[in-house]
Design a protein around this ligand. Structure first.
Ligand code: FAD
Ligand code: SF4
Length: 511
């Protein structure tokens, strides 16, 4: 009797216990489907990276004599949706049991539940064996607590897994958080090592995607593709990070620069989100490298990195499963505007937005602060509809999978969940952008000016936002200082600010 085992595009975990069993009766199934390429418009590099990684993993299994069915995007047998493909294959191969790994997206979870309910053969779901936490662990942890503060969850995780701990309760280095020592602007003093590229030729897949007629965004250098698409690549990128980038990770975590897209960031999100490498091995490698280089690398760099993966990444997963499906409809600030056209072209005179978006279109990548404090900040300050903002983030980034995209976008960045994830909205005027980047240096606008013709749009938008939402944020303790500054603004100045902000909000593509 045969068992069909489904492997989704983000379930490329080589170390799963599935592959350690007796294999005689198992058939592994991979499918490139329009259902997955079309639920939002994706970046061409994202689709390419997923297809290439799926093909590489299926090849790895075949070479080890596992039985594999692989439906490529243009295969005449491919019905392009999960349910039809499954019905066809279950019948064709006389399958007696269907098995799958729990999907990380609500959409697929529902679909698989529904499909399995109607199958005439037994089915079984398995854990993906990737995350530190189960889907419901965070929900249990926060039971009876008022706020979902990430910090406490992170400490609980540190203790539970004994990561960066002196003993059962004291953190290594005497503090849980070294955030204050992070956050420098990058001025060229510390040399950024050259990019760890992979320079792959993926022209064939790109042709196939085009031939299939899939609509995509962004550009690709098909003969020079630089994302990890195998476990080997992922491990090599991890190794490169430990050796070359960890040393300044924390220092420049929030820095932005016109000429440097990656700075000291790891670019491991795709390899991790597709599960080619696991968060455990990422953290273990970083800790082990640090232990061998104690004198060179400060704990603040290491803690800053561990926090992102053991803290934020697991936290976002937990919030997603706690709050879905309602989360995807949240719009607490009732924002209704459309995203400006320049989000798809980078065609704007605002240097920060131009660079962050151009880079995203060319590389399918922007680091956290570019996503949060440039594109996200502008979308929130101009009252963009979180549905549109979500669709953009879900499409454009190589690492965008809904469980981690929506919690970051709708929650952390757009405050559409009313402050579940972020205790205050992540907004800023031009001065923060100027402090952390070189964007303002050659900008058409003057970062020092709040109003008037060439004033930086972020300045008026920022004060206008606080003014418009002041009732909503009246009770928010973390906003007190800004609100009292707002209240001190002369009436005349506020009027000019409102007028300038109105111009930008009315016609952002003009700026
Ligand atoms: P590094 O800076 O090197 O960080 C290391 C790792 O930490 C990342 O690979 C990632 O796995 C994890 N991490 C860091 N920050 C976060 C975070 N806030 N939430 C969860 N994990 C985190 N990340 C995604 O993986 N997919 C997304 O779709 C996504 N969408 C985002 C949308 C917005 C609006 C914002 C503000 C952030 C988003 N992030 C998303 C989080 C973060 O920006 C990316 O994980 C990071 O930029 C990936 O690049 P890196 O691997 O070089 O990260
Ligand atoms: Fe952005 Fe304003 Fe700076 Fe221009 S001046 S780069 S618009 S923050």
């Amino acid at each position: 009797s045969k068992t069909l085992r489904l492997i989704l595009g983000d379930q490329l975990n080589h170390n799963h216990s599935w592959y350690k069993e007796e294999q005689e009766n198992n058939i592994y199934l991979f499918m490139e489907m329009r259902q997955e390429t079309d639920y939002v418009v994706h970046h061409i590099q994202k689709i390419t990276a997923f297809f290439q990684s799926m093909r590489n993993f299926s090849q790895y299994l075949k070479e080890r004599d596992y039985e594999v069915i692989y439906l490529q995007i243009n295969d005449p047998d491919n019905k392009q949706d999960l349910e039809s493909n499954l019905h066809f294959l279950l019948e064709k191969h006389n399958i007696e049991k269907f098995e799958y790994q729990l999907p990380d997206e609500y959409r697929l979870d529902e679909q698989l539940n529904r499909i399995c309910k109607n199958l005439s053969i037994p089915s079984e779901a398995f854990d993906t064996e990737h995350f530190f936490t189960s889907r419901t662990e965070l929900t249990k942890y926060y039971q009876g607590k008022k706020e979902l503060t990430m910090e406490y969850f992170y400490r609980y995780m540190r203790k539970k897994y004994g990561i960066l701990m002196l003993n059962a309760k004291d953190p290594e280095g005497g503090k849980w958080n070294f955030d204050k020592s992070n956050r420098q602007k990058w001025t060229g003093k510390d040399i950024i090592p050259h990019e760890r590229g992979f320079r792959k030729d993926v022209a064939d897949i790109v042709e196939e995607i085009k031939a299939a007629g899939i609509k995509t965004m962004g550009s690709i250098e098909a003969k020079n593709f630089n994302w990890p698409t195998s476990r080997e690549d992922g491990l090599s990128a991890l190794n490169y990070f430990c050796k070359n980038l960890l040393i300044h990770f924390g220092d420049y975590q929030d820095a932005m620069h016109t000429e440097e897209a990656f700075l000291f960031h790891s670019r491991l999100s795709f390899a991790m989100n597709s599960k080619m490498i696991s968060p455990r091995e990422v953290i273990n490698s970083v800790l082990s490298y640090w232990h061998d280089h104690y004198d060179e690398i400060d704990i603040s760099q290491v803690e800053g990195f561990v926090r992102q993966i053991l803290g934020w990444r697991e936290y976002m997963r937990g919030v997603y499963w706690k709050e879905m499906p309602d989360y995807s409809r949240k719009n607490k600030l009732n924002n209704r505007n459309s995203l400006p056209q320049f989000y798809w072209t980078a065609n704007t005179k605002m240097s920060c937005l131009h660079h962050a978006i151009k880079q995203s279109l060319e590389k399918a990548y922007a680091h956290h602060i570019q996503r949060l404090m440039i594109t996200g900040n502008f979308a929130l300050l101009t009252h963009c509809n979180p549905d549109e903002v979500d669709a953009w983030y879900l499409g454009i980034y190589i690492d965008a999978i809904q469980w981690v995209e929506i919690t970051n976008t709708r929650g952390m960045s757009q405050f559409a969940d009313g402050g579940l994830v972020a205790t205050k909205p992540y907004i800023s005027s031009g001065s923060y952008i100027n402090k952390m980047s070189n964007y303002c240096k050659n900008c058409h606008y003057d970062v020092k000016k709040k109003t008037g013709e060439n004033s930086c749009p972020f300045n008026s938008l920022y004060w206008n936002f606080l003014d418009e939402k002041k009732e909503y944020f009246r009770e928010n303790k973390r906003m007190k200082m800004m609100m009292s500054l707002l209240n001190k603004k002369p009436v005349k100045e506020m009027e000019e600010i409102r007028n300038r902000a109105f111009e930008v909000i009315q016609n952002p593509d003009h700026f």
